[in-house]
Design a protein around this ligand. Structure first.
Ligand code: ATP
Length: 326
């Protein structure tokens, strides 16, 4: 079944950084099971965001709800401010999406397939066809029949088609699935180019952190349908203001320290090791001086404060129970 979601839109938005997609408390319940559970995140214009999670985490279900292929049990999705629930046609007009493998007429050329789409949609010019073909690097393949295309070329033709109506956001479910390493690299490079040159947002799902790290500016990590974390990638030194860090406190009396710390609203006690007299807390940088004062006033001696640093990969392996590889 062809699951491409392409609609004629009103053109890309202006104003970098504008929120294009808002996922607000979206839940999908089937029977008693919540496959997606109160999931919320935003995507801004021009950024590539990865929806990352192990197999069965709920990525496809989330994407299918965003593009209206299945209904939501709770919550809503706003695309450029338009509700997918209430104004579906308006909302989806801003989306170019490929949810499963794009299907084309195999005996027609790449160009004729795009022309076929142009005839069904309105307002797509010949110039736009040439532009999207260039964006995905298929200029030399336009006269070839699609049946002679590699999987990577078919995927790129799908992306070209999804871009024809100038969407504000491109949504792709595991676009590198089945591609060889060269194909994966090509896909990555084209997606980056599209985000840069078209100034649109891209949401791309994957279960591979390594792939996301090379392509995305942020990842939304989900597991068992729930949001685990939203992480900015790239500059790991730039810990975002709103992110808590984990800090180990070595004290003279871990139990006493813990009893006092659990009463502090601004932090969370994540572990205690009474043998080593260590308490681990999750806290914002800005609240650490306060933690020190509180412990001192409590009569607890503080011997050491250490940030517990983990690589994103370590964290991801922990979240996903070690199922990071393909
Ligand atoms: N219609 C359905 N009825 C019952 N369970 C379903 C249905 N659709 C999905 N699920 C279950 O919901 C969970 C999430 O599925 P989903 O396909 O969204 O995960 P995913 O993160 O995309 O996984 P993958 O990487 O394997 O594609 C899985 O456990 C799946 O078996």
């Amino acid at each position: 079944m062809n699951k491409a979601v392409n609609q004629v839109g009103t053109g890309p938005a202006n104003g970098t950084g504008q929120v294009v997609l808002q996922v607000n408390g979206v839940t999908k319940q089937i029977g008693h099971k919540k496959i997606v559970d109160r999931l919320s995140f935003n995507i801004h214009q021009g950024e590539i965001v990865g929806l990352l999670g192990p197999n069965g985490a709920g990525k496809t279900t989330t994407i299918r709800m965003i593009v209206g292929l299945i209904g939501m049990s709770e919550g809503d999705v706003l695309i450029k401010g338009e509700s997918v629930k209430r104004h579906f046609a308006k909302a989806i007009a801003h989306v170019g999406g490929i949810i499963e493998n794009p299907e084309f007429y195999p005996y027609m050329t790449g160009y004729d397939n795009l022309k076929q789409y142009q005839r069904m949609a309105k307002g797509i010019t010949e110039e736009r066809i040439a532009e999207v073909v260039r964006l995905v690097g298929l200029q030399d393949a336009m006269k070839k029949r699609v049946k002679a295309y590699s999987l990577g070329m078919r995927q790129r033709l799908g992306i070209a088609q999804a871009l024809l109506h100038n969407p504000s956001i491109l949504i792709l479910d595991e676009p590198t699935n089945g591609l060889d390493p060269a194909g994966i690299r090509e896909m990555r490079d084209y997606l980056k180019k599209i985000a840069r040159e078209e100034g649109i947002a891209i949401l791309v799902s994957s279960h591979l952190l390594s792939e996301m790290e090379l392509m995305c500016s942020r990842v939304v990590v989900i597991q068992e349908g729930k949001l685990v974390t939203v992480r900015t990638l790239g500059d790991s030194s730039a810990v975002k203001e709103e992110e808590q860090i984990q800090v180990m406190l070595r004290v003279n009396d871990a139990e006493q320290a813990k009893l006092r710390l659990v009463r502090m609203e601004e932090l969370r006690v994540v572990g205690i090791d009474t043998d080593r007299n260590q308490v681990t807390i999750a806290v914002h940088d800005r609240d650490i001086p306060n933690v020190i004062d509180v412990l001192r006033n409590e009569g607890v001696s503080l011997y050491r404060i250490e940030e517990m640093k983990e690589s994103l990969e370590d964290e991801f392996l922990k979240w996903t129970g070690g199922s990071q590889s393909a």
